[in-house]
Design a protein around this ligand. Structure first.
Ligand code: PMP
Length: 359
């Protein structure tokens, strides 16, 4: 077997033992005589694994009983529309923070539904930072306040979350389960699974049940959180295989422990940031030090030509997918929970070698 170090921003590396378990169970799920992909979502076997995935997430994140955990489809992108459709009523205003490409997308969709107030706009400083809490200019009686906890493209991350009177809504697609958080401080958290939670195809929504009740009657049934709360995410056929994989990931995270993963994530990111800071300016970190993401480490080289040869030479050395997002260029190393420490060490050694040859 030859597995490379995969720095992809998502879909992203999964733990090898999880992939191997899925491989073992692919054709014949234990006791079922068929694949989990071939069985009814109304059957006992699927019901048990979805219930376990929910219980594991509740335990790992400390999700209180008055919050629902939903398994939806449509990616985090659908949440850009569902959040305002469900929570932003006519005559109300929602506060949004502009922190980068993903925050902007959320703002664009919310504007299609209702009135948006940009409570903090660091648009001029993207991709170097996310807003500071002190910059927030919140509306009185906002329907909710929206943030993007980690801007995957910029590599900039909120290190602390604002305390807001209105429900705080967070797109946590690229850092959910990478650090401990207090769910109680949020009204709604959403995340596409394909970075820290599993393969693509399933989106997690954690929602305080009472805020789901305000949804206007005109919203289609599949787009109402209430529908999925009432039916335990089984209103229609769920993405069974993705939920199965997500369940295996939650077991793996339980074995590791969120605190331990958090410490390891910080240590992994620090190895690369240290290499950047000690390079005498050859490598330049994109995000300001106080906003540096532990999940997506972004940096520049002296020229675009050097960036291009860095990414292609790294790929030849089995350090894959280091090219920055097409909209911003540069280099991006995505190092989610499942990314191994040894891969980070290999990248740092490569960075030093590349600088010696090109610096
Ligand atoms: N928000 C963030 C922070 C993301 O990183 C991404 C995907 N990279 C999205 C939203 C969009 O997610 P999806 O592709 O699941 O719609």
């Amino acid at each position: 077997m030859s597995r490379v170090y995969n720095f992809s921003a998502g879909p992203a590396v999964l733990p090898l033992e999880v992939l191997q378990q899925a491989q073992n169970e692919m054709v014949e799920y234990p006791g079922l005589g068929m694949s989990i992909m071939e069985t009814s979502h109304r059957g006992k076997v699927y019901a048990a694994l979805q219930a376990e995935a929910e219980a594991n997430l509740r335990e790992l994140m400390g999700i209180p009983a008055d919050y629902a955990v939903l398994f939806l489809q449509g990616g985090a992108s659908l949440q850009f529309g569902m959040v305002p459709m469900n929570l932003l009523l006519p005559g109300q205003v929602a506060d949004y923070t502009n922190s980068g490409a993903w925050g902007e997308k959320a703002i664009e969709d919310a504007r299609r539904i209702g009135q948006v107030h940009v409570a903090a706009d660091c648009g001029a400083d993207i991709p170097t930072r996310v807003p500071r809490i002190a910059e927030l200019q919140l509306s009185d009686n906002a329907a909710y306040v929206h943030i993007t906890s980690n801007e995957t493209i910029s590599g900039a991350q909120w290190k602390e979350f604002p305390r807001t009177e209105a429900p705080l809504v967070a797109d946590m697609s690229s850092d959910i389960l990478s650090r401990p958080i207090e769910v109680r401080d949020f009204g709604l958290i959403y995340a596409g699974a394909q970075k820290n939670l599993g393969p693509s195809g399933v989106t997690i929504v954690i929602i305080r049940k009472d805020i789901a009740e305000r949804v206007p009657a005109s919203v289609p049934v599949m787009l109402k959180y209430r529908t999925h709360i009432k039916s335990d995410s089984l209103y229609n056929t769920p993405p069974c295989f993705s939920v199965y994989m997500l369940n295996l990931i939650t077991r793996w995270v339980k074995e590791q422990g969120v605190d331990k993963l958090f410490a390891q994530n910080r240590a992994k990111a620090a190895l690369i940031y240290d290499a950047i800071d000690k390079s005498g300016g050859f490598y330049r970190g994109t995000a300001l030090p106080e906003c540096r993401s532990d999940m997506n480490v972004t940096f520049r080289l002296p020229t675009e030509e050097l960036e291009s040869s860095f990414a292609s030479e790294a790929a030849a050395a089995d350090l894959k997918n280091l090219k920055g997002h097409r909209s911003v260029g540069g280099i991006r190393a995505s190092i989610y929970n499942a990314f191994p420490v040894a891969g980070v060490e290999a990248l740092v050694a490569f960075m030093q070698d590349f600088q010696t040859r090109n610096g």
